[in-house]
Design a protein around this ligand. Structure first.
Ligand code: HEC
Ligand code: HEC
Ligand code: HEC
Ligand code: HEC
Ligand code: HEC
Ligand code: HEC
Length: 500
C-alpha cells in the first residue's frame, strides 16, 4: 500500500485557497463590524452570507479533489492511503503547495477588496435610488429635497440586524426581476407592508422621550383671486413629548411615550379611513373608540389588519414628501420665486400643475405654452411688460412640477398623502374626528386648541398687520363660510379639484 498526500491534486490547492480567502474575508469584515459600531445590513450580508459561501465552496472543492483522487487511484487498481501530511520530497506536491500559497495570497487580496467594495456600492444612496432610475425616481428626487437627504436609505428601510437584511435581500432579488420584466406596479405600492417598526429605525436617531416643546409654524397663503391676495396663519404647534426628569407626557407626541399603546383597524389599504381603535393606557386601562354607525371589525377574519400606531402613521412622508401644488405655489409666492404681481398666477398655476400629462416631456412643453397663452389672451400688457416675471414663474412652475409630479410612475401628492396635518387629507382627523366614541360616549378631542394655538392671522404677509395673541385666537377662515369650518372637516371643501 502506497502512502500519498492529498495535497497533490491542484483542485485541493484551489479549494484550500478559497477556504482561506473566505475565512479571511469573514474575519476582516467581522472586525470592521465590531469596531465601527454602526450596524450595516449590506456588510452583514457579505459577512454572513457571501464569505461563508466562499468557505463552503472551497471546502466542497477540497472534498471533490479527494473524491477524484480516490477514484483515479481505484481505476489504476492502486490501493493508496491518503493522508494530509506534508511531503516536501514529492515534486507534484511541492508544485501544488506553491500553487496553493500563490492562489491563497492572490484570492485573499481580491476577495477582501471586492467584498468590501461591493458592500460599499450596494450601500450607497446612488445604488438604491438611481440603479432602478425610473422606478425609484419619485422617491429618490423627493428624498434629496428632504431633511433626511443625508440619511442613507437603508437606515429607514432595512435597519440594523441580520434577519431584516436577509429579508430585504430576497425582496431585492424579487424587485430586480420585476424591474427587468417590467411587471412592477405603477405607482409603487404604499404603505410599505413590511416596513420595519419605527422603534427600530427612527428612534435610533430621534429619542422619543426627548421631544421638543412647542414649535411656531407660519403659513402664508395666496387666494385664487386676481391679486393673489395673501393670508397668513401662524400656529404654535404643541409638539410636546416627554421629559424624563419630570415624567410629564404631553402634546402631540403624547401618543408615543410611556408604555401606552394605540392599535387601530384601517378600513382601506392606504390606512386613510379609521373606524375602530383601541388605546391601552400606561396603567393598563383599555379604551375602545369606534364609529357607532359602523360594525366593529371582525377579528376572526385573517384579512383584518390590527396596526400598531407608530411614528410612521403621522410621519409617513419623512423623506418622500410630494408637495401639493397649492402648498408649493404658496411657498414660491412668499419667497418671490413667483411674483404675486402676475394676475391670477395662483389660480393658473394650480390649473397647469393639476392637469393630466402622459409624461414629463409633455408637461414641460405644455406648461410654458399655457402660461404664455394665458397672459397674451387675458393680460396683453403684462405679457409685454412683465416678461422676466413670466419667465421666472414658468421656470419655478417647471421646477415644482419636476420635483413633485411623476406621471410615468403615476406618483404625486394625490397618490402619496401626507398624514401630518388635516388640511390636504384627513391626517389627524382620521381619529380626532368627533365621531368615534368610547363606552361613555366621549369622542377623541377635535377642539382646535388640542394640537395648536393660532397666534396670528389675517389678510397680509406682514406680521405687524396681523391680529396676534400668544394666548391663542379663534380661527378665522379666510373666505366667509360662516361657521361651516366648525362642523365640517376641512377636506370636505379643500379637495384636489378645488385646488385647496
Ligand atoms: C427617514 C427615513 C427614510 C429614508 C432615509 C428613506 N425612506 Fe423611503 N420611505 C420611508 C417611509 C416612512 C415610507 C412610507 C412608508 C409607508 O407609508 O408605509 C417610505 C416609502 C418608500 C417607498 C415606497 C413608495 C412610497 O412613496 O411610499 C420607496 C420605493 C422608497 N421609500 C424608497 C427609498 C429610497 C430609494 C431611499 C433612498 C434614496 C429612501 N426610500 C430613503 C422612509 C425613508
Ligand atoms: C440616521 C439618523 C436618522 C434616522 C434613522 C431618522 N432620522 Fe429623522 N432626522 C435626522 C436628521 C439628521 C434630521 C435633520 C435635523 C435637522 O436638520 O434639524 C432629521 C429630521 C427629522 C424631522 C424634522 C423634519 C423637519 O421638517 O424639520 C422629522 C419629523 C424626522 N426626522 C422624523 C423621522 C422619522 C419619522 C424617521 C423614521 C422613519 C426618522 N426621522 C429617521 C436623522 C434621522
Ligand atoms: C400623532 C402624530 C405623530 C406621531 C405618532 C409622531 N409624531 Fe413627530 N411630529 C408630529 C407633528 C404634528 C409634528 C410637528 C410638525 C411640524 O409642525 O413641523 C412632529 C414633529 C416631529 C419632529 C420635529 C420636531 C421639531 O422641533 O421640528 C421630529 C424629529 C419628530 N416629530 C419625530 C417623531 C418620531 C421619531 C416619532 C416616533 C417615536 C414621532 N415623531 C411620532 C406628529 C407625530
Ligand atoms: C390612530 C388614531 C389617532 C391618530 C391618527 C391621531 N391621534 Fe391623537 N390621539 C388619539 C387618541 C386615542 C388619543 C387619546 C384620547 C383620550 O384622551 O382618550 C389622542 C390624543 C391626542 C392628544 C392629546 C394628548 C394629551 O395631552 O392628552 C393630542 C395633542 C393629539 N392626540 C394630537 C394628534 C395629532 C396632531 C395628530 C395628527 C398628526 C393625531 N393626534 C393623530 C388617536 C389618534
Ligand atoms: C388632532 C390635532 C389637531 C386638531 C384637533 C386641529 N388641528 Fe389644525 N393642524 C394640526 C397639525 C398637526 C397641523 C400641521 C402643522 C404644521 O403645519 O406644521 C395643523 C395645521 C393647521 C393649519 C395649517 C394648514 C396648512 O397646512 O396650511 C390650519 C389653518 C389649522 N390647522 C387650523 C385648525 C382649526 C381651525 C382647527 C379646529 C377646527 C384645527 N386646526 C384642529 C393638528 C390639529
Ligand atoms: C364649506 C367649505 C370649506 C370648509 C369646510 C373649509 N374651507 Fe377653507 N376655504 C374654502 C374656500 C371656498 C376658500 C377660498 C379659496 C380661494 O380663495 O381660492 C378657502 C380658503 C382657505 C384658506 C386660504 C388659502 C387657500 O388655500 O385658498 C385657508 C388657509 C383655509 N381655507 C383653511 C381651512 C381650514 C383649516 C379648514 C378646516 C378647519 C377649512 N378651511 C375648511 C372653503 C372651505
Amino acid at each position: 500500500m502506497k502512502k500519498r498526500t492529498l495535497f497533490r491534486h491542484p483542485l485541493a490547492a484551489v479549494g484550500g485557497a478559497l477556504f482561506l480567502a473566505g475565512g479571511a474575508l469573514f474575519v476582516v469584515l467581522l472586525l470592521i463590524d465590531l469596531t465601527t459600531g454602526t450596524d450595516n445590513p449590506y456588510r452583514s450580508l457579505v459577512t454572513f452570507v457571501i464569505a461563508p459561501s466562499i468557505v463552503t465552496a472551497g471546502f466542497l472543492l477540497f472534498l471533490a479533489s479527494i473524491y477524484l483522487q480516490v477514484r483515479s487511484a481505484r481505476k489504476r487498481g492502486e490501493r493508496v492511503r491518503f493522508n494530509l501530511s506534508i511531503d516536501p520530497s514529492d515534486p507534484t506536491y511541492l508544485r501544488n503547495l506553491w500553487l496553493f500559497l500563490g492562489l491563497s495570497a492572490g484570492l485573499i487580496i481580491l476577495v477582501i477588496y471586492s467584498g468590501t467594495r461591493a458592500y460599499e456600492a450596494t450601500d450607497s444612496v446612488a445604488f438604491c435610488g438611481e440603479t432602478c432610475h425610473v422606478v425609484m425616481e419619485p422617491q429618490s428626487v423627493t428624498y434629496h429635497n428632504s431633511p433626511h437627504a443625508r440619511v442613507p436609505c437603508v437606515e429607514c428601510h432595512i435597519g440594523p440586524g441580520a434577519s431584516f437584511y436577509v429579508r430585504s435581500k430576497f425582496d431585492g432579488i424579487r424587485q430586480l426581476f420585476a424591474t427587468a420584466l417590467n411587471t412592477y406596479s405603477r405607482p409603487i405600492e404604499t404603505p410599505v407592508e413590511n416596513l420595519r417598526p419605527a422603534q427600530e429605525t427612527c428612534e435610533g436617531c430621534h429619542w422619543p422621550k426627548q421631544f421638543y416643546g412647542d414649535k411656531l409654524v407660519a403659513h402664508t397663503y395666496y387666494r385664487t383671486d386676481e391679486d393673489n391676495s395673501p393670508w397668513t396663519t401662524k400656529l404654535l404647534v404643541k409638539i410636546g413629548g416627554g421629559n424624563p426628569r419630570t415624567g410629564v407626557e404631553e402634546g402631540i407626541h403624547w401618543h408615543m411615550i410611556g408604555s401606552k399603546q394605540i392599535d387601530y383597524v384601517p378600513s382601506d389599504q392606504k390606512r386613510q379611513e379609521i373606524r375602530w381603535l383601541r388605546l391601552i393606557k400606561s396603567d393598563g386601562d383599555t379604551i375602545v373608540y369606534r364609529d357607532p354607525d359602523v360594525d366593529p371589525p371582525d377579528f376572526d377574519d385573517p384579512e383584518t389588519e390590527l396596526r400598531r400606531f407608530d411614528c410612521m402613521d403621522c410621519h409617513n412622508r419623512p423623506s418622500h414628501s410630494f408637495l401639493p401644488p397649492a402648498k408649493a405655489l404658496n411657498l414660491a409666492l412668499s419667497t418671490r420665486n413667483i411674483s404675486p404681481e402676475l394676475k391670477y398666477i395662483r389660480e393658473v398655476g394650480l390649473e397647469v400643475l393639476n392637469s393630466e400629462y402622459v409624461d414629463r416631456e409633455q408637461a414641460n412643453e405644455a406648461i410654458p405654452k399655457a402660461i404664455h397663452e394665458y397672459y397674451q389672451e387675458n393680460y396683453p400688457e403684462l405679457a409685454e411688460n412683465a416678461q422676466p416675471e413670466i419667465e421666472q414663474a414658468i421656470t419655478t412652475l417647471l421646477k415644482i412640477y419636476n420635483e413633485n409630479f411623476f406621471p410615468e410612475m403615476k406618483t404625486d401628492y394625490r397618490e402619496r398623502e401626507n398624514n401630518l396635518s388635516h388640511f390636504v387629507n384627513d391626517g389627524c382627523f382620521r381619529c380626532h374626528d368627533g365621531i368615534m366614541e368610547n363606552d361613555h360616549g366621549e369622542t377623541i378631542s377635535n377642539a382646535c386648541s388640542t394640537c395648536h394655538l393660532i397666534v396670528s392671522q389675517g389678510p397680509s404677509e406682514n406680521l405687524e398687520e396681523l391680529e396676534s395673541d400668544l394666548g391663542g385666537l379663534t380661527f378665522k377662515h379666510p373666505e366667509d363660510i360662516d361657521e361651516a369650518w366648525t362642523e365640517m372637516k376641512c377636506t370636505e371643501c379643500h379637495t384636489p379639484e378645488s385646488g385647496y
